[in-house]
Design a protein around this ligand. Structure first.
Ligand code: FAD
Length: 489
């Protein structure tokens, strides 16, 4: 079980004063949540096995309110944490008992669309999907597409450098962000980047994307928009074994021809998704690849012929190309509902997020199944196979005492296999609290210290989204961290 830093009793004792000060700063009583019932709605995120009801929730409607709340917390030694939609699978949005959660979901306006530059400026609380919906009529879209895209916010995507099925061809969030409006812990509002594709000076934008909300709070984002392809078509390829499907992915990628997406599901995942959505998946198969190609009709025909040939060469037992737009939508609906579908067949699951070189897929899959069998857990595998981003879902029942420790030990072994295979502990979900203690698998103390130095420059008191990303020491404080406001508690 993971621990969080001990809450500061000094901060908790000032709760009423802090609430009254924040109410005044926000200028609207409705924007401060204090009641136990409503606070409970903010106790967890997509990593639902961890829960802590926060001290208070402040809902910001403007950048100035964000700045005022951060400055207040900084001046008064109060822990604070940004929250978008709370879909983080790594516990990134898990609060602490003494935390003010700064909710950004009310900042959900699309401020500007520039069709010449193909950019949009949006507030941080706009959902990922709504950006594409807003520019659909213009023949444009926002490319990174996390499966949670109908709920997750662009601010959360920036914080976690999120990916998605179509990032195989298009790249992840960092490749599509041109600028942010960013508020520092001392309440300063800064613009980083903008409409241009590259700016001189240090790449601060590159540092903020993927910093897991630990350096400051993003309130506006300038995103790149892409031209919608003429058409796109997914193909379903069923295989007799997960290893054959894995080998097929590695072989396709080795040719240098990159489909727009290659998604993998093993048998437990196929059955769960088919039951959940009726997407027309081959229920007789042990493994399924969804391979999408796009372009003109001629390009699609050529790419499909190539992909079908590769699938046959690797023993595909079934091949089906989406007949029309509706069946293509249905195929993707099945994939994007996969986590919900697994939730229907297992009371609980822990979603891992290791990345490996695609050539290692067959070998790593075999090791994952062996680890699951040794621990006695069924594991469903659903993942972005083209870029080697694996999501083994370890299924368990949290009612069994002690089971979470076993699940986490099982997950830790899987991540170690990924790292040993030349990969890393997170492909897109971020570190959060979930993978915090695995960071030393990848980084030396000196390397972690470099990151901590950056954190200290932005947040010397370590008040913003603490307890995440870096392993805790025994006293509950990240190694090398100085927390004056909290040490006195
Ligand atoms: C069913 C499901 C499917 C998913 N599929 C994918 C997937 O395909 N690819 C993928 O990458 N992820 C996926 N995720 C994970 C999750 O959706 C992403 O990490 C997403 O980017 C989180 O966005 P959010 O708005 O919910 O952020 P939250 O969960 O609210 O916050 C996540 C982190 O971002 C920080 N943060 C949020 N907003 C801001 C801001 N404005 N400024 C600074 N920091 C901020 C928070 O402090 C926190 O640390 C999935 C999750 C679920 C539940």
């Amino acid at each position: 079980m993971l621990n969080m830093p001990s809450p500061s009793s000094a901060v908790l004792a000032r709760r009423e004063t802090i609430a009254s000060d924040l109410r005044q700063l926000l200028g609207d009583d409705e924007l401060l949540i204090t009641s136990a019932n409503e606070l409970k709605g903010y106790e967890t995120d997509g990593l639902a096995c961890y829960r802590t009801v926060p001290m208070l929730v402040a809902l910001a409607e403007t950048t100035e309110q964000v700045a005022a709340v951060l400055k207040y917390c900084n001046d008064n030694g109060v822990p604070v944490m940004a929250r978008g939609a709370g879909t983080s699978l790594a516990g990134g949005a898990l609060p602490q008992l003494d935390t003010v959660v700064l909710g950004l979901s009310k900042m959900n306006e699309i401020l500007d669309v520039n069709t010449e530059n193909k950019t949009a400026v949006v507030q941080a609380g706009v959902t990922n999907k709504n950006i594409s919906v807003a520019v659909d009529d213009l023949g444009l879209f926002y490319a990174p597409d996390p499966s949670s895209q109908i709920a997750c916010t662009i601010g959360g995507n920036v914080a976690m450098n999120s990916g998605g099925a179509h990032c195989l061809k298009y790249g992840v969030t960092t490749n599509h962000i041109l600028g942010v409006k960013f508020v520092t812990m001392d309440g300063e509002i800064v613009e980083i980047g903008g409409q241009a594709y590259d700016l001189p000076g240090y790449d601060l934008l590159g540092m903020i994307v993927g910093a897991e909300g630990q350096l400051g709070v993003v309130t506006e984002v300038t995103v790149r928009l892409m031209d919608k392809p003429e058409a796109a078509r997914p193909l379903l390829a069923g295989f007799d074994s997960a290893l054959d499907a894995g080998a097929c992915v590695a072989a396709i990628m080795a040719t240098g021809r990159t489909p727009v997406a290659i998604e993998f599901m093993d048998r437990p995942a196929i059955l769960a998704c088919e039951r959940f959505t009726g997407a027309g998946y081959p229920v007789e198969a042990q493994a399924l690849l969804i391979i999408e190609v796009e372009g003109s009709e001629a390009e699609i025909a050529e790419e499909l012929a190539f992909v079908e040939g590769m699938a046959r060469d690797h023993g595909a037992i079934s091949l089906r190309v989406a007949e029309d737009f509706a069946s293509a939508e249905n195929i993707w609906k099945g994939r994007k509902s996969a986590f919900g579908a697994i939730g229907q067949i297992s009371p609980d699951y822990l979603c891992m997020d290791g990345t490996i070189p695609v050539t290692k897929l067959p070998d790593v899959l075999e090791q994952i199944y062996a680890i699951g069998a040794r621990f006695g857990f069924e594991i469903a595998n659903i993942f972005h196979a083209g870029d080697g981003n694996m999501h083994p879902l370890i299924m368990y029942d949290s009612h069994r005492p002690g089971v979470l420790d076993e699940v986490e030990a099982c997950g830790a072994e899987i991540l170690k296999v990924c790292v040993d295979a030349g990969g890393c502990i997170t492909g897109e979900h971020g570190v959060g609290i979930e993978k915090r203690d695995h960071m030393p698998l990848m980084f030396s103390p000196a390397e972690l210290n470099q990151m901590k130095e950056i954190k200290r420059q932005f947040d010397p008191q370590w008040l913003l989204n603490g307890g995440k990303v870096f392993p805790l020491e025994e006293d509950g404080v990240p190694a090398g961290q100085v927390v004056p406001g909290r040490a006195a508690a």
